[in-house]
Write a protein that binds this ligand. Structure first.
Ligand SMILES: [Fe+2]
Ligand SMILES: [Fe+2]
Length: 366
């Protein structure tokens, strides 16, 4: 701070006025360089965790919000919300700034006082793949990718024996009828649309368990993470199928409507009976396996073009570069089988009279 105050008389007065206005809130004992180094350091650590080579973060551009952050740190005039500024004091300080010999520094200080931003810019970390090329996806990182376990048993079926399981089973079967009618054999479109629904339960369940953990001051047994992982995985299915099938306007409208209904229905259902909610999802996943099997049959018959796999799918599932849509459907179907297991397992835990937190969650089960 001494360094900042010593830069000019105006800066000194301004810094003193800031202290008067806001106490110690705006001044950190850490130097700006240390703060920036800290940000970079944390980025590098996370990159190393994933086993990918870090690339040094380039100097932050002077034309963005980061510029304000840097100049504020360096000259001691930023670091406060513009909303909190006293306008008169800002004008006074600007006047004095004009007469200061260090004109360029003070002018910048004046601009900062009228600045627009009141948030910190955080530069994205850069990572490269093992082959040295830059990782281009910001929606997921290399350490979130995986090789699908295609050996999973696709035929496993939970036999409904009691009333609640039968209700879950037949609810899903009945829902399939209008779905078949609407999509018929347009499996690409069907997959894309159904993934917009499939990504909801994991998020709702994870959110409710998260709130429960907070309310009860207790651990979740990893189930929050496991369910959120499922939601993210389903959303990646959607991001993939978006590349091969574009929704029409009425399909978008349908998704909008269905999401509004399904989100709230599942939310209430999970609050009332998580064992029923998980069982329903377990059966939905069984249906998803069936749908993707039909999709594969259509691809093999040549009724659907076996186009090259989207780039996002190749990177997410670590597929060979020459993979096709068929390979993508295979790994997606394997994912659905894993979701089936997770949800039937969760339901069974409840049936045994235990809570999810007492049974370690299958985190990272792909
Ligand atoms: Fe899915
Ligand atoms: Fe699924």
């Amino acid at each position: 701070m001494m360094m900042m105050v010593g830069r000019s008389g105006a800066s000194k007065q301004l810094a003193v006025s800031m202290l008067g206005m806001a106490g110690t809130r705006f001044f950190s004992t850490a130097t700006p360089q240390a703060a920036i180094a800290g940000l970079r350091g944390s980025a590098l650590v996370s990159e190393k965790k994933g086993g990918f080579s870090p690339v040094d973060i380039p100097a932050w551009p002077k034309t963005t919000a980061v510029h304000h952050m840097q100049s504020g740190y360096l000259h001691g005039t930023r670091s406060r919300s513009t909303l909190a500024l006293n306008q008169e004091k800002a004008k006074e300080s600007e006047k004095q700034t004009k007469t200061d010999s260090d004109h360029s520094v003070s002018a910048e200080a004046g601009r900062d006082e009228k600045g627009i931003v009141s948030y910190w810019g955080v530069p994205p970390s850069k990572v490269v793949k093992e082959d040295g090329t830059e990782w281009k996806w910001t929606c997921f990182r290399p350490w979130e990718t995986y090789k699908s376990d295609l050996s999973i048993d696709l035929t496993k079926h939970h036999v409904p024996t009691n009333f609640m399981d039968k209700l879950a089973y037949w609810s899903v079967k009945i829902l399939r009828w209008p779905t078949d009618l609407f999509f018929q054999r347009r499996y690409g479109c069907r997959a894309m649309m159904l993934e917009t629904v499939a990504a909801v339960p994991g998020m709702v369940g994870g959110m409710l368990l998260h709130c429960k953990s907070l309310r009860r001051f207790e651990q979740s047994g990893g189930w929050i993470k496991a369910l959120l992982e499922e939601a993210e995985n389903e959303r990646m299915h959607l991001m993939t199928f978006m590349e091969v099938s574009k929704p029409r306007w009425y399909e978008r409208a349908l998704v909008f409507t269905v999401q509004g209904i399904f989100f709230n229905a599942y939310f209430l259902g999970y609050l009332i009976s998580p064992k029923f909610a998980h069982r329903v999802v377990g059966y939905l996943e069984e249906e998803a396996i069936h749908s993707y099997t039909e999709f594969l049959k259509e691809l093999d018959k040549g009724n659907i073009d076996n186009v090259p796999a989207p780039a996002i799918a190749i990177d997410y599932w670590q597929l060979p570069k020459d993979s096709t849509l068929r390979d993508v459907v295979m790994v997606v179907r394997a994912d659905e089988a894993h979701h089936r297991d997770v949800n039937h397992f969760a339901s069974d835990v409840h049936y045994q009279g235990r809570e999810l937190k007492d049974s370690p969650a299958p985190i990272g089960y792909h």
